[in-house]
Design a protein around this ligand. Structure first.
Ligand code: FUL
Length: 694
């Protein structure tokens, strides 16, 4: 009897628990994503390909007047692109079907300015067909960039052009299978060939394209395709091409106040907190300085630490990442770019290898209606459709992850359940270390995904404190990782004053150096602050993990005498100091009525010289790269002796350090004379100039 009674009681309890009356889910707050936007957001990381006539003419913006015969890739292989993209962990690709110069990568029925008049495959090729097929083979989504601005078309600026533009759009949307995104560039109107008119044509960017009706074509032919422009409507530009979006990044936008080319475009980096529409940001950035391939940028492919920053500052800040490969004139993604993107893939795989949150017990300071349905363990169940939520009135709450034992971590990932809107305005992450709570990070928005890189700590608990939200927090996922360190070669620089700085991409590594050319190790001098080094020296540096002893590769810099006493003669422009500051990315230039242009320097003392080194301006739009030069020395600044003369061979394609040696001579003044630059105009630019002494 007793047994029976107990059994019935248990059954009754189970019955009550399973019938627990959970309160209804929170009501959606503000604008929310459409299904199309949701699917796209989950792609997170996909590729951009810039490949067109510009690849063969070595420019970024074609004028629209180049002969299609120039388009002639010799090894074009879209399957190589797809393979690299897939192996790099990306989910799709967007290709420049037509860039501003109007040249089409497909044999459009509506123009002759396309691959059909190029030697590639005897005019029988269709690059979009090949790429869309390769995408199918590799399981990638396919997208198109169609430039609204067309510097080739005779009708650009007139109503007829809109018909042409829409006809092209229809071709792209009907002949190549599913399209996941259509990319409309914001750069619009200006000078161009325009069928031979060679003139300036400006358009009213708000009205000329009648976007509403253009968008309708996309909705009708490809209902799942995302529409990109500065202003959306589905995804917006992030307001920079450097590879980041604001730490505060709202997916909402006052969409009707924004249009391509609107002057406050920097707002796009942050979104509008109370925006009227859901228009999440996409971060577009190139793996090299330019969007198109230039041999001169072969040495400027972004480094692994830079690539990691891009990933964490885009995907890690509630945006998607659209990473560009400038395909080279062979028609391949360049080897260096492949190597780099694979290094990134490997690093990310290591960073997110084991989700430590799965080991933790998760509890919250408050659970909506105390109902199991909204419990904190939904945060680690791997199901994106379950979430933790609080009562409507609660906008300040904590979630605690108890690891049960001291656990090392340095990455924190959190996701809001965005089908109910973006809510969180402010949160922090704390850790229980040796019995006391320590704040590791303060942050603002979350959105679809937020990833924080934290200092490495060993803690038994992690606590997320949602400090402020626009409505009760609704969080679907939390992950915690222990990412390995980044062992990149340290950077060594010396400024004009002779102060040497050594920097490591990973701030948790210790730095050691030598100045006598020997290999540095833990017994060498530890770098803690810039140190003075006035004489000639070879500085070598290494970054070492103090715990495991693991080491970075060694970096090495050869410095000659410091430029502390040097003075630029007859130049009172402050910016000119860039020539002597030891930083490769700062530069200065002079222009004149005609060549030659001289740069004269007083070394402040007699030195025994046997050569000089010149680094041209390293910027994307650099000007004044000196090609033909003469180099003089003088003991008094009046009588000059020619020491070296000639050209900086291949400097246009490879703008790296140029070293010239000459017979040893004692001098106090030097003069670099620019006779001709790579553009044939009257400019001379410099990132750095230094000497080689005896
Ligand atoms: C810009 C264009 O002008 C560049 O050439 C490039 O296509 C980039 C993705 O967008 O606005």
């Amino acid at each position: 009897m007793k047994k029976f009674f107990l059994g019935s009681l248990m059954a009754l309890m189970t019955f009550f628990i399973s019938c627990e009356k959970a309160p209804p889910p929170p009501v959606a707050y503000g604008p929310v994503p459409s299904e199309r936007q949701m699917n796209w957001q989950e792609m997170e990381y996909y590729a951009f390909i810039h490949f067109s006539m510009n690849t063969f003419t070595d420019i970024e913006w074609g004028y629209g007047d180049k002969d299609p015969a120039l388009f002639n890739p010799t090894e074009l292989d879209t399957r190589q692109w797809a393979r690299v993209i897939k192996e790099a962990g990306m989910k799709g690709v967007i290709v420049t079907a037509k860039h501003h110069d109007g040249f089409c990568l497909w044999p459009s029925e509506y123009t002759d300015y396309s691959v059909k008049n190029s030697p590639w495959k005897n005019g029988k090729g269709d690059l979009l067909k090949e790429l869309s097929q390769a995408c199918k083979e590799y399981g990638l989504k396919f997208g198109v960039y169609l430039s609204p601005w067309d510097r080739n078309h005779p009708d650009y600026g007139k109503p007829e052009y809109i018909t042409y533009f829409r006809n092209q759009l229809k071709e792209l949307l009907t002949n190549y299978g599913d399209v996941f995104e259509v990319w409309f560039d914001g750069a619009n109107g200006g000078s161009g060939y325009y069928g031979g008119a060679n003139e300036n044509r400006s358009v009213d960017r708000k009205t000329y394209y009648d976007w509403e009706n253009t968008y309708k074509i996309v909705r009708e032919l490809q209902p799942n395709a995302m529409l990109f422009s500065d202003a959306g409507p589905d995804t917006r530009w992030c307001g920079t091409e450097e590879g980041w979006v604001g730490e505060t990044n709202w997916s909402t936008l006052n969409r009707d106040e924004v249009w391509p080319g609107f002057p406050d475009y920097q707002e796009l980096r942050y979104g509008h907190e109370d925006g009227t529409h859901w228009v999440p940001a996409e971060v577009d950035v190139s793996i090299r300085p330019g969007w198109f391939y230039h041999q001169s940028e072969d040495h400027k492919v972004k480094t692994l630490p830079e690539m990691l920053d891009i990933y964490y500052n885009s995907v890690g800040r509630n945006a998607t990442l659209l990473l560009n490969f400038p395909v080279d004139p062979r028609g391949l993604i360049h080897e260096t770019d492949v190597e780099r993107v694979m290094e990134l893939a490997k690093s990310l795989e290591a960073d997110f290898k084991e989700n430590l949150a799965k080991r933790a017990q998760v509890t919250a300071s408050q659970v909506r209606g105390n109902a199991k349905k909204y419990n904190a363990d939904n945060l680690t169940d791997g199901d994106k459709d379950t979430y933790w939520a609080t009562d409507d009135a609660v906008t300040n709450a904590t979630v605690t992850l108890d690891f049960g034992e001291p656990t090392e971590f340095n990455r924190f990932l959190v996701q809001e359940y965005i089908p109910l809107g973006q809510r969180v305005q402010e949160f922090s992450v704390e850790a229980l270390i040796d019995g006391s709570w320590k704040e590791l990070a303060k942050a603002t928005t979350i959105g679809y995904k937020r990833i924080l890189r934290l200092p490495t700590v060993k803690a038994t608990k992690l606590r997320v404190h949602i400090k402020q939200a626009k409505a009760c927090p609704v969080i679907s996922n939390i992950e915690v990782y222990r990412a390995p360190k980044v062992y990149a070669k340290p950077d060594i620089t010396r400024n004009k004053q002779g102060m040497v700085t050594i920097e490591s991409a990973d701030k948790e590594l210790e730095l050691y150096y030598t100045t006598d050319g020997t290999r540095p190790d833990v017994n060498s001098i530890r770098f803690e602050a810039p140190f003075e080094l006035l004489g000639k020296a070879n500085v070598k540096a290494i970054a070492i993990d103090p715990i495991s002893g693991k080491k970075s590769p060694v970096s090495s810099e050869n410095f000659d005498v410091a430029r502390k006493k040097w003075q630029l003669v007859n130049i009172d422009d402050e910016n000119a100091q860039s020539v002597l500051d030891g930083l490769e990315m700062t530069s200065w230039g002079q222009s004149s009525e005609k060549m030659p242009i001289d740069l004269v320097i007083d070394l402040g003392e007699d030195l025994k010289l046997k050569g000089f080194k010149y680094l041209p301006d390293q910027h994307r739009w650099s000007s004044g790269i000196i090609f033909d030069y003469e180099f003089y020395t003088s003991s008094n600044g009046n009588n000059w002796e020619l020491q070296s003369k000639g050209e900086f061979s291949n400097i246009k394609n490879s703008p790296i350090w140029q070293t010239k040696n000459f017979k040893s001579v004692k001098a106090r003044y030097i003069k670099l004379r620019a006779l001709r630059n790579t553009e044939g105009n009257n400019k001379a630019g410099y990132a750095e100039l230094t000497v080689i002494t005896e």
